[in-house]
Design a protein around this ligand. Structure first.
Ligand SMILES: Nc1ncnc2c1ncn2[C@@H]1O[C@H](COP(=O)(O)OP(=O)(O)OP(=O)(O)O)[C@@H](O)[C@H]1O
Length: 247
Protein backbone atom coordinates (compact mmCIF):
# COMPACT_ATOMS: atom_id res chain seq x y z
CA UNK A 1 0.00 0.00 0.00
CA UNK A 2 1.22 3.50 -0.83
CA UNK A 3 2.39 5.80 1.97
CA UNK A 4 1.14 8.81 0.02
CA UNK A 5 -1.61 8.46 -2.52
CA UNK A 6 -2.79 11.26 -4.80
CA UNK A 7 -5.91 10.74 -6.84
CA UNK A 8 -7.36 12.93 -9.57
CA UNK A 9 -5.90 16.10 -8.07
CA UNK A 10 -7.28 19.27 -9.66
CA UNK A 11 -5.93 22.76 -9.12
CA UNK A 12 -6.98 26.05 -10.72
CA UNK A 13 -5.51 29.52 -10.35
CA UNK A 14 -8.06 32.22 -10.94
CA UNK A 15 -7.64 35.92 -11.48
CA UNK A 16 -10.29 38.52 -12.32
CA UNK A 17 -10.56 37.60 -16.00
CA UNK A 18 -8.79 34.30 -16.40
CA UNK A 19 -8.69 30.86 -14.93
CA UNK A 20 -5.86 28.42 -15.52
CA UNK A 21 -6.17 24.72 -14.92
CA UNK A 22 -2.74 24.08 -13.42
CA UNK A 23 -3.10 20.47 -12.21
CA UNK A 24 -5.36 18.41 -14.44
CA UNK A 25 -6.07 15.15 -12.65
CA UNK A 26 -2.78 14.10 -11.07
CA UNK A 27 -2.60 10.45 -9.95
CA UNK A 28 0.51 9.46 -8.02
CA UNK A 29 1.27 6.75 -5.46
CA UNK A 30 4.44 7.04 -3.39
CA UNK A 31 5.73 4.02 -1.47
CA UNK A 32 7.43 4.29 1.91
CA UNK A 33 11.12 4.99 1.34
CA UNK A 34 10.61 5.87 -2.31
CA UNK A 35 12.37 8.89 -3.81
CA UNK A 36 10.48 10.49 -6.67
CA UNK A 37 11.99 13.24 -8.80
CA UNK A 38 9.46 15.40 -10.60
CA UNK A 39 10.68 16.89 -13.86
CA UNK A 40 9.04 18.98 -16.55
CA UNK A 41 9.18 22.29 -18.40
CA UNK A 42 8.87 25.59 -16.57
CA UNK A 43 5.28 26.31 -15.62
CA UNK A 44 4.03 22.70 -15.95
CA UNK A 45 2.89 22.65 -12.31
CA UNK A 46 5.72 20.95 -10.37
CA UNK A 47 5.90 23.47 -7.51
CA UNK A 48 2.13 23.73 -7.37
CA UNK A 49 1.88 19.96 -6.93
CA UNK A 50 4.28 20.03 -3.96
CA UNK A 51 2.50 23.03 -2.46
CA UNK A 52 -0.87 21.25 -2.72
CA UNK A 53 0.52 18.13 -1.02
CA UNK A 54 1.68 20.29 1.87
CA UNK A 55 -1.60 22.20 2.08
CA UNK A 56 -0.05 25.51 1.06
CA UNK A 57 -2.53 25.72 -1.82
CA UNK A 58 -6.18 24.74 -1.63
CA UNK A 59 -7.21 22.06 -4.13
CA UNK A 60 -10.33 22.05 -6.26
CA UNK A 61 -10.79 18.33 -6.77
CA UNK A 62 -9.43 14.89 -6.02
CA UNK A 63 -7.76 13.82 -2.81
CA UNK A 64 -4.41 13.27 -1.15
CA UNK A 65 -4.19 10.43 1.35
CA UNK A 66 -1.50 9.53 3.86
CA UNK A 67 -1.64 5.80 4.64
CA UNK A 68 -2.12 5.74 8.40
CA UNK A 69 -3.87 9.09 8.76
CA UNK A 70 -6.46 9.36 5.98
CA UNK A 71 -7.39 12.16 3.60
CA UNK A 72 -5.44 15.39 4.05
CA UNK A 73 -7.59 18.34 4.99
CA UNK A 74 -10.47 16.01 5.91
CA UNK A 75 -9.36 13.23 8.26
CA UNK A 76 -6.28 15.24 9.24
CA UNK A 77 -6.39 19.05 9.49
CA UNK A 78 -3.82 20.86 7.34
CA UNK A 79 -1.97 22.13 10.43
CA UNK A 80 -1.26 18.52 11.39
CA UNK A 81 -0.38 17.60 7.81
CA UNK A 82 2.61 19.94 7.99
CA UNK A 83 4.02 17.90 10.88
CA UNK A 84 3.79 14.73 8.82
CA UNK A 85 4.89 16.19 5.48
CA UNK A 86 7.88 18.53 5.66
CA UNK A 87 8.88 20.95 2.93
CA UNK A 88 12.10 22.73 1.99
CA UNK A 89 11.99 25.74 -0.33
CA UNK A 90 14.38 27.40 -2.77
CA UNK A 91 14.86 30.43 -0.50
CA UNK A 92 15.33 28.60 2.84
CA UNK A 93 12.53 30.55 4.59
CA UNK A 94 14.48 30.71 7.86
CA UNK A 95 13.52 33.38 10.41
CA UNK A 96 16.28 36.00 10.43
CA UNK A 97 15.66 37.09 14.02
CA UNK A 98 16.04 33.56 15.40
CA UNK A 99 19.25 31.57 15.86
CA UNK A 100 19.77 28.32 14.01
CA UNK A 101 18.64 26.21 16.96
CA UNK A 102 15.57 28.38 17.62
CA UNK A 103 14.59 28.13 13.95
CA UNK A 104 14.88 24.34 14.17
CA UNK A 105 13.00 24.02 17.48
CA UNK A 106 10.08 26.27 16.54
CA UNK A 107 7.98 23.40 15.15
CA UNK A 108 8.93 20.72 17.71
CA UNK A 109 8.24 23.06 20.67
CA UNK A 110 5.38 25.28 19.48
CA UNK A 111 3.51 22.91 17.19
CA UNK A 112 4.36 19.47 18.54
CA UNK A 113 4.60 20.65 22.19
CA UNK A 114 7.64 18.49 22.87
CA UNK A 115 9.96 18.95 25.84
CA UNK A 116 12.88 21.27 25.06
CA UNK A 117 15.57 18.90 26.36
CA UNK A 118 14.42 15.99 24.17
CA UNK A 119 13.79 18.13 21.08
CA UNK A 120 17.12 19.93 21.41
CA UNK A 121 19.00 16.67 21.78
CA UNK A 122 17.40 15.41 18.57
CA UNK A 123 18.15 18.74 16.82
CA UNK A 124 21.81 18.56 17.95
CA UNK A 125 22.11 15.08 16.45
CA UNK A 126 20.67 16.35 13.14
CA UNK A 127 23.00 19.36 13.14
CA UNK A 128 25.96 17.01 13.63
CA UNK A 129 24.76 14.89 10.71
CA UNK A 130 24.88 17.88 8.35
CA UNK A 131 28.17 19.15 9.82
CA UNK A 132 26.74 22.35 11.33
CA UNK A 133 26.62 21.69 15.06
CA UNK A 134 29.18 24.45 15.66
CA UNK A 135 26.80 26.98 14.01
CA UNK A 136 23.94 26.18 16.39
CA UNK A 137 23.86 29.64 17.98
CA UNK A 138 24.52 31.65 14.81
CA UNK A 139 21.88 33.72 13.03
CA UNK A 140 20.97 32.86 9.42
CA UNK A 141 22.77 36.00 8.13
CA UNK A 142 26.06 34.54 9.39
CA UNK A 143 25.69 31.46 7.19
CA UNK A 144 26.37 30.78 3.51
CA UNK A 145 23.48 29.81 1.23
CA UNK A 146 24.49 26.15 1.34
CA UNK A 147 24.66 26.21 5.13
CA UNK A 148 21.25 27.91 5.34
CA UNK A 149 19.77 25.26 3.11
CA UNK A 150 21.25 22.45 5.23
CA UNK A 151 19.67 24.11 8.27
CA UNK A 152 16.33 24.30 6.44
CA UNK A 153 16.58 20.54 5.79
CA UNK A 154 17.33 19.92 9.48
CA UNK A 155 14.35 22.08 10.42
CA UNK A 156 12.07 19.91 8.27
CA UNK A 157 13.57 16.68 9.68
CA UNK A 158 13.24 17.88 13.28
CA UNK A 159 9.47 17.33 13.09
CA UNK A 160 10.05 13.62 12.28
CA UNK A 161 7.99 13.84 9.08
CA UNK A 162 6.83 10.80 7.14
CA UNK A 163 7.56 12.48 3.81
CA UNK A 164 9.62 15.48 2.77
CA UNK A 165 9.11 17.68 -0.27
CA UNK A 166 12.10 19.50 -1.76
CA UNK A 167 11.29 22.33 -4.15
CA UNK A 168 14.33 23.37 -6.21
CA UNK A 169 16.43 23.60 -3.06
CA UNK A 170 19.69 24.32 -4.87
CA UNK A 171 18.34 26.77 -7.45
CA UNK A 172 19.41 29.88 -5.51
CA UNK A 173 22.87 28.56 -4.58
CA UNK A 174 26.26 29.33 -6.03
CA UNK A 175 27.57 26.24 -7.84
CA UNK A 176 30.19 25.42 -5.20
CA UNK A 177 27.47 25.09 -2.56
CA UNK A 178 25.17 22.85 -4.54
CA UNK A 179 27.17 19.68 -3.82
CA UNK A 180 27.10 20.03 -0.02
CA UNK A 181 23.30 20.29 -0.06
CA UNK A 182 22.73 17.50 -2.59
CA UNK A 183 25.04 15.20 -0.58
CA UNK A 184 22.75 15.62 2.43
CA UNK A 185 19.75 14.67 0.28
CA UNK A 186 21.54 11.65 -1.18
CA UNK A 187 22.33 10.46 2.34
CA UNK A 188 18.69 10.87 3.40
CA UNK A 189 17.63 8.84 0.36
CA UNK A 190 20.02 6.02 1.32
CA UNK A 191 18.61 6.07 4.86
CA UNK A 192 15.12 5.44 3.50
CA UNK A 193 13.48 8.87 3.73
CA UNK A 194 10.42 9.16 1.51
CA UNK A 195 10.91 12.21 -0.70
CA UNK A 196 9.38 14.10 -3.60
CA UNK A 197 12.00 16.27 -5.24
CA UNK A 198 11.71 19.01 -7.84
CA UNK A 199 15.17 19.80 -9.20
CA UNK A 200 16.95 21.07 -12.29
CA UNK A 201 20.11 19.12 -11.40
CA UNK A 202 19.84 16.25 -13.86
CA UNK A 203 22.78 14.10 -12.79
CA UNK A 204 21.60 14.35 -9.18
CA UNK A 205 18.06 13.48 -10.32
CA UNK A 206 19.34 10.35 -12.01
CA UNK A 207 21.39 9.39 -8.96
CA UNK A 208 18.83 9.97 -6.25
CA UNK A 209 15.55 8.92 -7.89
CA UNK A 210 13.87 5.57 -7.58
CA UNK A 211 11.38 6.91 -10.10
CA UNK A 212 11.15 9.94 -12.36
CA UNK A 213 7.77 11.53 -12.95
CA UNK A 214 7.62 13.82 -15.97
CA UNK A 215 4.90 16.47 -16.06
CA UNK A 216 3.69 18.66 -18.90
CA UNK A 217 0.80 21.14 -18.90
CA UNK A 218 -0.52 20.02 -15.52
CA UNK A 219 -0.48 16.28 -16.23
CA UNK A 220 1.87 13.40 -15.53
CA UNK A 221 2.82 12.15 -18.96
CA UNK A 222 5.54 9.70 -18.00
CA UNK A 223 6.57 7.75 -14.89
CA UNK A 224 9.67 5.58 -15.22
CA UNK A 225 12.92 4.42 -13.66
CA UNK A 226 15.65 7.06 -14.01
CA UNK A 227 17.67 4.92 -16.43
CA UNK A 228 14.64 4.34 -18.60
CA UNK A 229 13.58 7.97 -18.50
CA UNK A 230 16.98 9.47 -19.30
CA UNK A 231 18.16 6.86 -21.82
CA UNK A 232 14.93 6.01 -23.53
CA UNK A 233 12.00 8.32 -22.72
CA UNK A 234 8.68 7.00 -23.98
CA UNK A 235 7.03 10.25 -24.96
CA UNK A 236 7.93 12.85 -27.56
CA UNK A 237 7.43 15.59 -24.96
CA UNK A 238 9.99 14.07 -22.60
CA UNK A 239 12.44 13.58 -25.48
CA UNK A 240 12.04 17.26 -26.42
CA UNK A 241 12.59 18.30 -22.78
CA UNK A 242 15.79 16.24 -22.50
CA UNK A 243 17.04 17.49 -25.89
CA UNK A 244 16.65 21.10 -24.77
CA UNK A 245 18.62 20.36 -21.60
CA UNK A 246 21.43 18.85 -23.68
CA UNK A 247 22.25 22.25 -25.23
N1 LIG B 1 -0.04 31.92 -7.02
C1 LIG B 1 -0.27 31.81 -8.33
N2 LIG B 1 -1.29 32.49 -8.92
C2 LIG B 1 -1.57 32.35 -10.23
N3 LIG B 1 -0.87 31.53 -11.06
C3 LIG B 1 0.15 30.84 -10.54
C4 LIG B 1 0.50 30.92 -9.16
N4 LIG B 1 1.55 30.10 -8.93
C5 LIG B 1 1.85 29.53 -10.11
N5 LIG B 1 1.02 29.96 -11.08
C6 LIG B 1 1.00 29.51 -12.48
O1 LIG B 1 0.74 28.12 -12.46
C7 LIG B 1 1.52 27.45 -13.43
C8 LIG B 1 2.36 26.38 -12.76
O2 LIG B 1 3.34 27.01 -11.93
P1 LIG B 1 4.41 26.18 -11.09
O3 LIG B 1 5.24 27.16 -10.34
O4 LIG B 1 3.74 25.11 -10.35
O5 LIG B 1 5.28 25.54 -12.27
P2 LIG B 1 6.69 24.82 -12.23
O6 LIG B 1 6.57 23.63 -13.09
O7 LIG B 1 7.11 24.60 -10.81
O8 LIG B 1 7.63 25.90 -12.92
P3 LIG B 1 9.18 26.27 -12.70
O9 LIG B 1 9.99 25.07 -13.14
O10 LIG B 1 9.40 27.44 -13.59
O11 LIG B 1 9.36 26.59 -11.24
C9 LIG B 1 2.33 28.52 -14.15
O12 LIG B 1 1.65 28.87 -15.31
C10 LIG B 1 2.35 29.65 -13.16
O13 LIG B 1 2.46 30.89 -13.83
Amino acid sequence: MALLSIQQLQKYYSSKHTQSHVLQGIDLDVKKGEVIVILGPSGCGKSTLLRCINGLEPIEGGEIRLADSGVLGQDIPWTDVRQKIGMVFQNYELFGHLTVIDNILLGPLKVQKRQRAEAEQAADALLKRVGLFDRKHDYPRQLSGGQKQRIAIVRALAMNPEVILLDEITAALDPEMVREVLDVVLRLAKEGMTMLIVTHEMSFARNVADRVVFMDHGKIVESASPDHFFDNPSTERARAFLNILAY
